[in-house]
Design a protein around this ligand. Structure first.
Ligand SMILES: Nc1ncnc2c1ncn2[C@@H]1O[C@H](COP(=O)(O)OP(=O)(O)OP(=O)(O)O)[C@@H](O)[C@H]1O
Ligand SMILES: [Mg+2]
Length: 226
């Protein structure tokens, strides 16, 4: 479903962030992307939803070439890929409900459908009771659960998470990863960039390790360290 072919990324300042990246990810897989800070994990994730473009090589999602996508097709690509970040990026002046509903409003869903889908997804992440709160009134783990709800509210086939537990305590991190596993079990391909060794070694999945812009290891049911 996701094919990365010989991708190289050179940033405008000349820094080579990725080189010779080849990666296949099948539908409904769960993949951890691990590696030191600066290895190129975020760069790789950002290319999957075209927030960054490869300098050479190409990425195919369901056999569609991202380099061949016209600018006006990019929003459609983004609708099929939910993204969550370490620093949440919630709208501070909107309630939890509004933060999650926002994505559906831009897609012109009916009011009935928005209400139903937002309620379903808030139930999935366990935050129906905080629906009318503002992000500043929530804990870090709760804010991250809202981000997850926002990312999956339109049922995208792919969910990308860049260091989703980076700001959370160990127990909350574990809950967030369990939630990502649950979403994966509902037929969603999940790719998580993480430094969380305890979780990678506990909730065992495919591990792709990146070092200096190259993939140095790719193992089913891998560990954080070889
Ligand atoms: N816009 C940019 N211009 C130049 N270099 C960049 C840019 N963005 C990232 N880099 C460099 O590219 C390399 C890979 O960065 P990236 O953010 O992908 O690493 P990462 O693996 O996600 O690290 P971390 O674990 O710290 O998040 C780093 O050395 C970084 O300094
Ligand atoms: Mg990163």
């Amino acid at each position: 479903m996701i094919r990365v072919k010989n991708v190289r990324k050179v940033y405008p300042n000349g820094f080579v962030a990725l080189d010779g990246i080849d990666l296949h990810i099948s539908r409904n897989e769960f993949v951890y992307l691990v590696g030191q800070s600066g290895a190129g994990k975020s760069t790789l994730l950002n290319m999957l939803y075209k927030a960054e473009t490869p300098t050479s090589g190409d990425i195919y999602i369901d056999n569609i070439s991202l380099s061949g996508l016209a600018p006006k097709q990019v929003p459609y690509l983004r609708r099929s890929i939910g993204v969550i970040f370490q620093d949440y990026k919630l709208l501070p002046r909107r309630t939890v409900y509004e933060n999650v509903a926002f994505a559906l409003r831009v897609m012109h869903f009916s009011r009935f459908r928005i209400r139903r889908q937002v309620a379903q997804v808030l139930e999935l992440v366990g935050l129906q009771q905080k629906m009318h709160n503002y992000p500043s009134e929530l804990s870090g783990g709760e804010q991250q659960r809202i981000c997850i709800a926002r990312a999956i509210v339109n049922n995208p086939p792919v969910l990308l998470a860049d260091e989703p537990t980076g700001s959370l305590d160990p127990d909350t991190s574990w809950e967030i990863m369990q939630l990502l596993s649950k979403i994966n079990a509902r037929q969603t391909t999940v790719i998580v960039a993480t430094h969380n060794k305890a979780i990678v070694d506990d909730i065992r999945k495919r591990v792709v390790a990146v070092e200096n812009g190259r993939i140095i290891r790719d193992e089913q049911l891998g560990l954080y360290n070889p």
